[in-house]
Write a new protein. Structure first.
Ligand code: MV4
Length: 447
């Protein structure tokens, strides 16, 4: 087992990792920017090293400074959390070159899933259902149009370097194809330095359902069932839940097997997520694979009683996974509490928290790094807490979530709490019958 893990992250996930390290008897090193001097991850880690000024590029993305911090403190592993360097192949490789274990995917695995057209081709070859479309990148507008005519409109052009909706264009008829092609190429070239595009049949009103997997160094892969992440606004997830209201035990087994098959095909090591779109007929298609621990991992932990960070650390240290799969024993839901004003286009609302009270009681978990008197810096992600609720049924979870949201006090800044309270009362949400378009029709004006 590792003696000392450096956590190359901040905020709630840095704290989350420190907590598990403590339980495992592993020492921790926090790194922090000058904007985060007063953060809890700095206080709760065994050691802390300042790695630069507030701008992420100069601190949490500064590979040299982070490697130096690991060398100076004698850390034998680095946990990257999510975001920042968690899916950076170069960083994974540099850690390996320095003899520091990167608690995450190898550079080869990150690269193979980071290029979306390649990822899709890999999954297709492995026998995982993929969305009908081009095999690999498109060579020309003409080829794209020909394929689109064959499949029938609407279709969607996607950037191979994309993800999270950037460089993506829906095309509803042939007249629009060329402009969409040019726009998507331009946007992805500017954003990613890679303008490769691939084409898919557009799946209308899908659900976004992902399977949590974990693989070890011996080729074993287990899955831990699904998370339903259909409640998103502009590709930002706001609520996640498990089990999915639309997943039957049969579909769970099929999607779980597909995810495991895909992960085995790349000898995947560590925690990962295989994202699927599920259409209204219950057909599912591979979309992307995330080679990191995700924000919403706690809902899976609550329903499977499995500490995913602990398992990540164990497999990185060379321990095997069981190879058996886990099905939900409970229901769980997470509301992301962001320092944003939901009544004003979710505009960021950084600043000082003048008064804070966390809800409590049975079935409540809060993963957060904030405290009363804490100032949220404007430089980073606006998520300040995750309210994770578990219970015996979806109805119980929603009732408990609403109660917890009403008990939550955060003063001095705007938060997404009023949005979540309204959502918990929404008949469409409560029915469980919604798609990724759900929030497009939501009235935020009275929040
Ligand atoms: C799609 C799609 C429909 N059909 N692909 C959005 C982000 C990126 N990861 C892929 N996305 C989508 N791909 C096909 N062939 C619809 C979306 C999509 C979406 C997916 C999941 C959750 C929310 C979404 C919101 C808009 C579009």
């Amino acid at each position: 087992m590792f003696k000392k893990i450096l956590i190359a992250n901040r905020g709630e996930i840095a704290l989350r990792i420190i907590r598990t390290c403590r339980e495992m008897g592993v020492k921790t090193v926090a790194v922090y920017s000058t904007a985060d001097r007063d953060s809890l991850h700095v206080r709760f880690a065994d050691e802390a090293v300042c790695i630069g000024p507030p701008a992420s590029r100069l601190s949490y993305l500064n590979i040299q400074n982070i490697i130096s911090a690991a060398e100076v403190t004698g850390a034998d592993a680095i946990h990257p959390g999510y975001g920042f360097l968690s899916e950076n192949a170069e960083f994974s490789q540099i850690c390996a070159d320095y003899g520091i274990k990167f608690i995450g995917a190898t550079a080869a695995q990150i690269n193979s899933m980071g290029d979306k057209a390649t990822a899709k081709a890999t999954m297709r070859t492995a026998g995982v259902p993929v969305i009908p479309g081009s095999v690999g990148l498109l060579d020309s507008v003409a080829q794209g149009k020909e394929l689109a005519a064959e499949m029938g409109y609407p279709v969607i052009l996607k950037a191979t370097a994309g993800g999270g909706g950037r460089g993506m264009r829906i095309v509803t008829k042939e007249d629009e194809f060329e402009k969409a092609w040019n726009d998507a190429r331009q946007e992805s070239g500017a954003a990613f330095g890679n303008d490769g595009l691939y084409l898919e049949k557009f799946v209308e009103e899908p659900r976004h359902i992902e399977i949590q997997i974990i693989g070890d160094q011996f080729g074993n892969v287990s899955h831990l069932s699904e998370r339903d992440c259909s409640i998103q606004r502009r590709h930002q997830k706001l609520v996640e839940e498990t089990p999915s209201p639309i997943i039957t035990p049969e579909l769970r087994e099929k999607m779980g097997d597909a995810a495991v098959k895909g992960a085995r095909a790349i000898a995947y090591e560590g925690a990962g997520t295989v994202e699927f779109l599920v259409d209204k007929h219950g057909n599912f298609f591979f979309m992307e694979m995330n080679t990191r621990i995700q924000v919403e991992h706690p809902i899976t932990e609550e329903v499977t009683d499995f500490d995913l960070i602990k398992e990540q650390i164990k497999v990185a240290a060379g321990e095997p996974v069981s190879g058996k799969n886990y099905t939900p024993k409970l229901f769980a839901m997470e509301c992301r509490i962001n320092a944003e004003d939901p009544g004003n286009g979710f505009r960021p609302s950084p600043g000082k928290i003048t008064n804070l009270h966390f809800p409590g009681g049975h079935g409540i978990r809060i993963d957060s790094h904030v405290y009363s008197g804490y100032t949220i810096p404007p430089n980073y992600d606006s998520m300040i807490a995750k309210l994770i609720v578990s219970g015996q049924s979806r109805e119980e979870v929603i009732t408990r979530m609403k109660r917890a949201l009403q008990e939550f006090v955060i003063e001095g800044i705007k938060t997404t709490i009023p949005f979540h309270i309204k959502l918990m009362d929404d008949a469409g949400f409560r029915s469980g019958n919604f798609t990724t378009k759900f929030l497009e029709g939501f009235d935020f004006s009275d929040l």
